[in-house]
Design a protein around this ligand. Structure first.
Ligand SMILES: Cc1cc2nc3c(=O)[nH]c(=O)nc-3n(C[C@H](O)[C@H](O)[C@H](O)COP(=O)(O)OP(=O)(O)OC[C@H]3O[C@@H](n4cnc5c(N)ncnc54)[C@H](O)[C@@H]3O)c2cc1C
Length: 337
């Protein structure tokens, strides 16, 4: 393990907020965590796991210890005639796992290409994009339970996955460190094409019988055109979740805006937060160094050296403007620290 003091996090969060952590520890092996947990609890009591920093907004210096898990083994556990079970340690870069499975023609996570961050963070908000979610391919999660410091395994069914949600945001909140994830990937992949403009883009490229590699590549192309690259413009992807509203509320919006886009979810309706932001006049809106990204207003971007506090205030301004217009409270997807 490597231990640093008064450590700059500017390159470790995709908003590029220049804050510092009292202690920053790179954990290179799972078993190093045993002693570390006691040490951190005794020395400061306050700690945070930081993966790729792509779903986090630091609003101040971190007065405690940050653990960055760098163990990153990938291994094939078993396979049967339909599935291969892959174990990926927490420090594996998510997109490397997507490339690995696509190269082996194993289906299930190809539409999740180019989502930044690490495997260890992926189950927490059940990452999803273009019609796939982690929960569709996740078999088990291994984690350290901080209440008794034991390594435990939790099955997919028990993870209480929902839209950008899981047990790790509910009853297990702040009580776990994810050490690895086991995926169950299909040997006979069926491409998922029915979301956004995936099939359109494939036909434009003259592909009528796409493989999962074709789908993954097209999604890479769409994402590159639509989303800002965090290495060039600081951002954390979608800042807010898409709100899920009831039928009455939806009808009242539809009366005024017959073209409101919507997705039915059991007896509720999900509407794109990006649409609400756009209709509130905030698409491409800029204030100082901060703005909503013109191609995708759900993404808040740091055009310069904005502080985390300023970004939070900007996000609050979006929330209150959308609330005034639609009486819908947008909820952040990003973790605010
Ligand atoms: C350009 C861009 C596009 C994005 N697109 C998408 C998208 O399409 N779909 C989507 O779902 N998300 C998307 N995201 C959000 C982000 O990539 C995911 O949420 C990702 O899973 C975060 O991983 P991370 O390693 O960066 O997590 P971090 O930001 O480092 O951490 C996020 C949270 O998880 C906790 N955490 C991290 N690792 C562990 C661990 N091992 N054990 C316990 N807690 C842990 C942290 O403490 C923190 O609370 C996007 C982000 C960006 C910047």
């Amino acid at each position: 393990m490597k231990i640093f003091e008064n450590y700059s996090l500017a390159e470790l969060n995709t908003f590029h907020i220049d804050v510092r952590s009292n202690k920053f520890i790179v954990v290179e092996k799972v078993d190093e965590l045993d002693n570390l947990i006691d040490f951190v609890e005794l020395s400061s009591g306050k700690f945070l796991i930081l993966g790729g920093g792509s779903n986090i907004l630091f609003t101040k210096d971190f007065d405690g210890t940050i653990l960055h898990l760098s163990f990153n083994q990938l291994s094939e556990l078993k396979s049967d005639d339909r599935f291969v079970y892959i174990k990926a340690e927490a420090g594996v870069v998510w997109d490397e796992l997507v490339k690995y499975s696509v190269d082996k023609n194993l289906g299930g996570i190809e539409n999740l290409a180019m989502i930044p961050g690490t495997v260890g963070a992926a189950p927490i908000q059940n990452i999803g994009a273009y019609g796939q979610e982690l929960k569709d391919s996740l078999f088990e999660v291994e984690y350290i339970d901080l209440t008794d410091k034991k390594i435990k395994t939790i099955s997919n069914e028990k993870c209480e996955f929902g839209y950008r949600d899981s047990i790790f945001k509910k009853s297990l909140r702040d009580k776990f460190i994810i050490t690895s994830v086991i995926l169950r990937l299909s040997k006979n992949p069926v491409p998922v094409l029915n979301y956004g403009n995936v099939s359109n883009e494939l036909s434009k490229s003259g592909i009528d019988k796409p493989t999962i590699k074709d789908v993954s590549n097209i999604i890479r192309k769409i994402r590159t055109e639509k989303l800002p690259d965090p290495n060039q413009i600081g951002n954390a992807g979608s800042f807010f979740k898409n709100p899920i509203i009831d039928e009455n509320k939806f009808e009242s919006i539809k009366e005024k805006y017959p073209d409101v886009p919507s997705f039915r979810q059991e007896n509720k309706i999900k509407i794109p937060a990006a649409w609400l932001i756009e209709k509130s006049g905030l698409k491409g809106y800029k204030k100082g160094n901060i703005g909503t990204y013109p191609n995708q207003p759900l993404v808040i971007v740091n055009y310069g050296k904005a502080s985390g506090k300023e970004i939070l205030e900007f996000a609050q301004l979006i929330q209150s403007t959308v609330f005034e217009k639609f009486q819908i409270q947008l909820e952040p997807e990003v973790n605010i620290i």
